[in-house]
Design a protein around this ligand. Structure first.
Ligand code: ZN
Length: 341
């Protein structure tokens, strides 16, 4: 496949620059579903691959303006190329025409409120992300986006960031299975499953940039927390959660994530908080202490505890006392280096 016009790329497929620059207005649909070229008005636009012209004319859909579309791939049914904001009436082809890669099809134009550019969008046959559109880079450079090329690059990115390449590779395997179109309901996208809401400076759909970013992020977490166990937990659940819990957060999702990547039972799955005395002590004791401090401070100012606060303090206190022998036994085992019961 060849590029449809000779001009620099001004906006890639993926997160728009606007969404990246304005994370506070980042919505559910921040994506640029095509690739823009900063081509001057009147530049020749050519067919990127062999196909059949499916449509020529003006459309109001997505403010595309004057459009030529071409169906291509196996049975001329695999994908559809859209060339948008063309110079009105500039098509040199008609519906039903066969075109070869490189054939001129129309002239580049502009939209009323934007500098001249060509918008090239490919739909259909692709993964159902970004409205079913396909990143043109993966078709222009299929070798560059193969699993083995991405694996090789992940190793380089890990080495450059100073983290263990084998662990990083297992992490990416776990995140996306090397699928550059991976996405989920959690709002984390792409090969490294990066959430733009939390990381607005990187395009999560740009596989190479995302690998670099993820490796640097892991290096940061490793520096802050000192172990892969905690660094991975921070990548999965966020550094705040790791700090708050003073360790791997107790969610089974995060524990499973860490264990599957480190390839051993580094952290135990938690069935209930009582199975993890450390966590139990820290979180429950902290809650009790926090509430007690507030109550005492207000008592000093002459304010009596509310019924809710009294009930909470009483129930937490009972809870702690009932479990005290169990917690002390866990603490003795920990101090003696014995495995947990
Ligand atoms: Zn565009």
């Amino acid at each position: 496949m060849i590029e449809p016009v000779e001009a620099p790329v001004s906006q890639e497929w993926g997160l728009t620059r606007f969404a990246r620059d304005n994370p506070h207005v980042y919505g559910d649909n921040p994506g640029h579903r095509g690739r823009d070229y900063a081509s001057f008005e009147g530049a020749s636009v050519r067919a990127p691959e062999d196909g059949v012209v499916a449509h020529v004319g003006t459309t109001n859909v997505w403010a595309w303006g004057y459009v030529v579309s071409i169906v291509a791939g196996s049975d001329r049914n695999e994908r559809r190329h859209y060339f948008c904001h063309l110079q009105s009436g500039s098509a040199s082809v008609a519906e039903g025409d066969e075109v070869k890669a490189g054939d001129p099809i129309a002239r580049s134009g502009c939209t009323p409120n934007w500098p001249p550019h060509l918008h090239w969008e490919i739909r259909g046959g692709g993964p159902e992300v970004m409205g079913g559109s396909i990143d043109p880079r993966t078709l222009l450079h299929p070798d560059r986006y193969s699993k083995s090329a991405l694996r090789t690059y992940a190793r380089t990115a890990a080495e450059r960031a100073g983290i263990e390449p084998a662990i990083f590779a297992r992490q990416i395997e776990r995140e996306s299975g090397w699928n550059i179109y991976a996405h989920g309901p959690d709002g984390a996208f792409g090969i490294a499953r990066i959430a733009p809401r939390r990381h607005p400076t990187v395009n999560p759909w740009d596989a190479y940039a995302a690998l670099d970013y993820a490796a640097a992020l892991m290096a940061d977490h490793l520096g802050a927390f000192g172990s892969y166990e905690l660094a991975l937990a921070a990548y999965n659940a966020g550094p705040t959660a790791v700090k708050r819990h003073g360790g791997v957060p107790p969610s089974s999702e995060t524990r499973d994530y860490v264990n599957s990547i480190l390839g051993e039972k580094k952290v135990r799955p938690v069935q209930s908080i009582y199975d993890d005395p450390d966590f139990w002590l820290k979180s429950k004791w902290e809650e009790l202490a926090q509430t007690a401090i507030q109550v005492v401070n207000r008592a000093r100012a002459g304010v009596t505890p509310t019924d809710d606060e009294s009930r909470f303090l009483n129930s937490r206190y009972r809870d702690l006392m009932e479990n005290w022998p169990r917690l002390m036994e866990a603490e003795r085992r920990r101090a003696a280096g014995e495995p947990r019961a």
